[in-house]
Design a protein. Structure first.
Ligand code: TRP
Length: 463
């Protein structure tokens, strides 16, 4: 039975902001600056941009396209385009991946909310060294109640927006939160570049160190391009399913990619100028924002204020991403199982929380519990980011190129973008080549690398 009342975004901008909200997250503000810093600065940026354009963009277009064409969640979308049961399992893999990402993502987002409160309380005021802030962070991690409380607050906030639907919840929320995020980021970046000694940070970030680029870096850039755009598990497909046929898919996809990339670069500038201005070590990995940032802000005038802004920024970025994770699951239950949206939101929130609890306890009560040699949190992160997302993206490209077929795909892609393709006919040609041949091939390498096969092959040649 057709679903007569399926919602749509009220405008093209609504879709762009919601999708950019999903894409822009902890990956941009925390992860990107850190991996770029460690892997050759501007040289990494250059490789990353190539990956974004050659793999990110074509796969993003393909996901939006399948969503808009079928007007369905990932499972329903594949079902509508092929009778082969295998593909509805691929859709289900996306739903499961959503739960997995939601669980560990919410834990970190919970820390961000907790840090808004800690900054406001002035907890960081006596810190002079990152080591002190690090100790403080670790002492918070050891308290299960602290972790669980903020985790719950975060999940409830995410559920709130999804509860009110596509237009009144997600779109409205994104239209308020995304501009706020842009403003906060710009304030913090200006603060960063006007600090004395900021130049060192800019040099560090924009100086290309080509010698640091290895095959490993390329795989890292490719993997991150994928993660940062929220590809490979059906979020973008679901958001695309609320899009109207009047809007151009290549145009909107390009906007999303540009927003996501600009935010990553601006976040990098903000973090490195600030960290270098205070002579801190930029290569601290996951600790960077929770260890260094409180100390850094503490040493500048009005530091409490900027620290609060920073953690609000982080929490907002995470919130618009987790909203999209919940929406995929909700869309599945609403489309396929005919559940009411409200029931689906509550169910998803409860199951998501149950899965997030062990992640949250990975740093205290359950630190001894190991799954495949790592704690719960790390295992779920690895499983999603390094296996399920690239696998999902690989299968999606295969689906478009070989199962659904380029002819049908192009026919639908042209709807709403006739003018775009008249003006840039070569873009269509490029998309076909990239989605059918290049994207699957490159993602196949990422997967081989993850399972360790590339290393074995390389050793064969070296010996
Ligand atoms: N893009 C998000 C970020 O950069 C992370 C992410 C990956 C994600 N896949 C997702 C978010 C799916 C929501 C849905 O932080």
């Amino acid at each position: 039975m057709e679903n007569p009342k399926r919602e749509q975004w009220s405008s093209k901008m609504g879709f762009i902001l919601a999708a950019a909200g999903s894409a822009i997250g902890l990956g941009n503000i925390w992860k990107f600056p850190y991996i770029a810093g460690e892997n050759g600065g501007a040289a990494f940026l250059f490789i990353y941009l190539i990956c974004i354009l050659s793999i990110g963009l074509p796969v993003l277009i393909a996901e939006v396209l399948i969503g808009r064409t079928t007007q369905r969640n990932p499972v329903g979308a594949f079902k509508k385009l092929t009778n082969n049961k295998f593909w509805s399992y691929v859709g289900k893999m996306g739903i499961i991946t959503a739960f997995i990402i939601l669980s560990f993502y919410s834990v970190v987002a919970g820390w961000a909310i907790g840090y808004i409160v800690e900054s406001a309380k002035g907890a960081f005021q006596s810190f002079k060294e990152p080591a002190q802030a690090g100790e403080y962070f670790n002492s918070l991690l050891l308290q299960p109640e602290w972790n669980l409380f903020y985790l719950l607050v975060f999940i409830l906030m995410s559920m709130f927006f999804v509860y009110f639907g596509v237009q009144k919840g997600i779109e409205k929320g994104s239209k308020i939160m995304m501009p706020l995020l842009f403003i906060l980021l710009i304030i913090l970046m200006i603060r960063g570049i006007t600090l004395e000694g900021a130049n060192e940070g800019l040099k560090f970030f924009f100086h290309p160190e080509w010698s640091k680029i290895t095959s490993q870096t390329i795989l890292l850039a490719l993997g991150h391009a994928f993660f940062t755009l929220s590809l490979g598990m059906g979020v973008i497909m679901t958001y695309g399913s609320y899009m109207s046929n009047n809007d151009s898919i290549p145009g909107t996809s390009l906007s999303i990619i540009i927003l996501d990339t600009v935010i990553s670069v601006v976040a990098g500038v903000m973090i490195f100028t600030t960290v270098f201005a205070f002579g801190q070590d930029p290569a601290q990995g996951p600790g960077l924002i929770f260890h260094v940032i409180p100390v850094v802000f503490n040493q500048m005038p009005g530091g409490i204020f900027f620290a609060i802004l920073f953690f609000i920024l982080l929490a907002l970025a995470a919130l618009t991403s987790s909203i999209s994770l919940i929406e995929v699951v909700v869309a599945y239950f609403v489309d396929e199982k005919k559940w009411k949206r409200q029931k689906a939101v509550i169910f998803t929130g409860v199951v998501g929380t149950l899965l997030a609890i062990p992640c949250s306890l990975s740093y205290n009560l359950m630190s001894e519990v190991k799954l495949f040699d790592s704690n719960f949190f790390d295992t779920l992160d690895f499983l999603a980011s390094n296996i399920l997302l690239p696998l999902g993206g690989f299968l999606l490209a295969i689906f478009v190129g070989y199962v659904w077929g380029l002819d049908k795909a192009v026919e639908n892609l042209k709807i709403g973008s006739e003018k775009f393709f008249e003006k840039y006919p070569v873009s269509l040609f490029l998309w076909k080549i990239f989605i059918k041949y290049l994207a699957p091939l490159l993602m196949f390498f990422v997967l081989l690398d993850t399972v360790g096969i590339l290393k074995v092959v390389k050793n064969l040649f070296v010996e």
